[in-house]
Design a protein around this ligand. Structure first.
Ligand SMILES: *[C@@H]1O[C@H](CO)[C@@H](O)[C@H](O)[C@H]1NC(C)=O
Length: 342
């Protein structure tokens, strides 16, 4: 009897040891995120997962080497290659800063000097819960609604109401001529906030989220003028100076921005402060800013970024990004809608 038990134990241990660490991690990943693969795609998914584990390790080493509190890890995106991730979760229309777009005048020294050292619009009821764009490159619509939701609450003094990204995905296929190029919004294939503001102005408003819910796929336009949740009168770009941006944010509301998000896929938390590109391929919203002490006692200023990759990504759907260094190009394409008194 005893020897049979020992043999059973031996077999269990031996077979367990046939699984590599990566295999065990991949099985745990599938269980945790309810991933079910077709047998023909399993090998490719596992290869992508292993490669991502290596990528996560190297990103964590970069962060550690500069005493950052930034961490990366296996999350729900660990079975997507960086190229797949770019296709599904970023905008294929790249934002280009341009003098052709309307630009707000710089704020005065008096306003700059009165700007608080830290500010968070979530504490003032101007931010809706984190949303999820799904596998659709519609980040630009979430960035736009986030800003207009804030302006509708702060400038128009309406109750905070969620606005419809699907309205923009389906209907804002208008174009804009700038930098000698014709750039058009294209639903799940990407778009830009200024073009979306122009659509909302032309249409006479944007529907509420409730009236026009999100589906994460391109559809025909079902805009309903009787379900409008907010109207805007114009929009402006904001100066690319981060001191100015902080003052604009604190005096105006959450601001729509664009950034290079290529290395945000596996972000778990901390201030994103490692070297980063400046290809503006992702639309998001800055809702505040602050600073924190690092391990070595230095002061690290950061932006509080609302993302649209679900509340189970990053810090409850949010990301902190280093401020005052134009990290990931965050200062290069900042905008806000404007609601003037009628
Ligand atoms: C950014 O704006 C601030 C406040 O107006 C100003 O003091 C500073 O010189 C500007 N920085 C640059 C690089 O222009």
């Amino acid at each position: 009897m005893k020897s049979i038990l020992l043999i059973a134990l031996f077999i269990a241990l031996a077979s367990a040891s046939f699984l590599t660490k990566d295999e065990v991690n991949f099985i745990n990943f599938q269980q945790k995120y309810n991933k079910v693969y077709e047998s023909h795609e399993y090998a490719a998914k596992f290869a992508t997962f292993k490669s991502n584990v290596g990528l996560i390790e190297s990103l964590n080493q970069k962060a550690k080497a500069q005493n950052s509190d930034l961490t990366f890890g296996v999350n729900k995106f660990a079975d997507l290659s960086p190229a797949e991730f770019r296709k599904y979760y970023m905008s294929a229309v790249s934002a280009t800063p341009s003098a052709d777009l309307p630009m707000a005048a710089e704020l005065s020294d008096d306003i700059i000097n009165a700007t608080p050292v830290a500010f968070d619009w979530r504490e003032h009821g101007a931010v809706t819960p984190v949303k999820n764009q799904g596998q659709c490159g519609s980040c630009w619509t979430f960035s736009t609604t986030g800003n207009v939701e804030g302006q509708n609450f702060l400038a128009a003094k309406n109750p905070l109401v969620g606005l419809s990204e699907q309205n923009l995905v389906d209907c804002s296929n208008n174009c804009m001529e700038y930098e000698n190029q014709k750039v058009c919004n294209a639903g799940c294939d990407g778009g830009l906030q200024p073009i979306a503001y122009e659509y909302i102005i032309q249409a006479g408003g944007i529907d509420t989220e409730q009236a026009y819910p999100y589906t994460a796929v391109d559809g025909t336009c079902k805009f309903d003028a009787s379900s409008v949740g907010a109207k805007i009168t114009s929009y402006t770009m904001v100066p690319t100076n981060e001191t100015q941006i902080a003052a604009f944010l604190a005096t105006t509301g959450p601001l729509a921005i664009a950034a290079d998000a290529a290395e945000w896929q596996f972000y778990l938390g901390g201030v994103f402060d490692i070297p980063c590109g400046k290809s503006l391929d992702h639309g998001i919203l800055i809702v505040g800013y602050s600073a924190q002490r690092t391990i070595l006692g230095a002061n690290t200023p950061y932006w509080i970024v609302k993302n649209s990759w679900g509340a189970d990504w990053g810090e409850a759907g949010y990301l902190k990004v280093l401020r005052n260094k134009n990290e990931c190009g965050v200062a290069n394409f900042v905008s806000t809608s404007i609601i003037s008194a009628q």
